[in-house]
Design a protein around this ligand. Structure first.
Ligand code: G5P
Ligand code: MG
Length: 255
């Protein structure tokens, strides 16, 4: 799902939006929708694992980072507001993020979804919780040295958001996207200064969000240095949870 928005605000007030979302609750329960989020520091593999989850389980996938970068690339009003933060590896303010992301979730009513990179702060998590029940939060714990190595090797196809790593999943032709053959680029926020800032901020900001989801019994943490080794565990967990009724899935505790 990669759409542009023309502006940062939205036409519905918070209470109107809440009513509209509540109207969908009955439909959602009947359809046994599944709502999940994936958290982890920059380069931890959120995007890579999200793509695998979306492909394997048919969830709609919404990445806050892709969305912000699309908005920046398209020079929308939202893009102009968020650009200074993203370019410096700083978090976009909560009120901007929630006003951008929540209306996009409303467009996914009736679908199961997976969020990558949102929520990132307690304020964002509380805003999300006020509208949706989250069935599962996946938290990735990856050592710093691994993160640093990965990101300096990362290349992107800007039009699609496809991610390559020169060691882990290189393109078939160096410097070119596998599907379109168009040139790959490196993000400004993967360059050393922005990267350091992103890693430094992550830990402090993420801890209370992780604690919140842990207290709700929906947090599942995975540690390691290889996405390919972590993936089978996530795949197996999701296979189990997605076969359960939503009410059962809510009650399952983190192992
Ligand atoms: P993003 O876009 O959410 P980050 O910084 O959280 O960005 P990023 O960089 O997108 O995270 P990732 O998605 O966790 O990383 O990881 P990935 O892209 O899948 O993998 C990283 C690289 O490693 C890739 O090249 C991949 O191929 C490779 N790789 C994966 N697994 C392995 C492996 O096992 N081995 C090897 N060798 N390589 C591997 O956010 C960007 C900015 O947007 C703003 C902020 O400014 C943020 O900095 N933003 C928000 N601000 C406020 N609130 C929010 N909710 C925001 N969301 C975004
Ligand atoms: Mg990502």
């Amino acid at each position: 799902m990669r759409r542009k928005v023309g502006r940062c605000g939205d036409s519905l007030s918070h209470s109107q939006r809440k009513v509209s979302v509540l109207k969908d609750v009955a439909v959602e329960d009947m359809a046994k929708l599944f709502r999940a989020a994936i958290m982890g520091p920059p380069g931890s593999g959120k995007g890579t694992i999200s793509q695998r989850i979306a492909e394997s389980f048919g969830l709609k996938y919404l990445s806050s980072g892709h969305y912000l970068r699309d908005s920046i690339a398209a020079n929308t009003e939202a893009g102009m507001i968020v650009r200074p933060y993203v370019d410096r590896g700083m978090l976009v303010p909560d009120h901007v993020m929630t006003r951008l992301m929540l209306p996009r979730l409303e467009q996914l009513n009736g679908h199961s979804w997976l969020l990558d990179g949102f929520p990132r702060t307690v304020a964002q998590a509380q805003a999300l919780n006020s509208l949706y029940h989250i069935d599962m939060v996946i938290s990735l714990n990856i050592p710093y040295a691994t993160l640093s190595e990965r990101l300096s090797d990362r290349w992107i196809h800007p039009a699609s958001g496809r991610v390559y790593n020169m060691g882990f999943n290189p393109p078939q032709v160096q410097g070119k996207d596998d599907i379109t053959g168009e040139p790959l680029i490196q993000h400004d926020d993967d360059k050393p200064e922005a990267l350091m800032a992103r890693l430094r901020h992550y830990k402090d900001v993420a801890k209370p969000v992780i604690d919140l989801y842990k207290s709700q019994g929906v947090l599942h943490s995975f540690s390691g240095t290889d996405t390919d080794k972590i993936w089978p565990y996530i795949n197996s967990l999701l296979s189990t949870k997605m076969q359960m009724q939503p009410s059962e899935a809510h009650q399952t505790q983190t192992p």
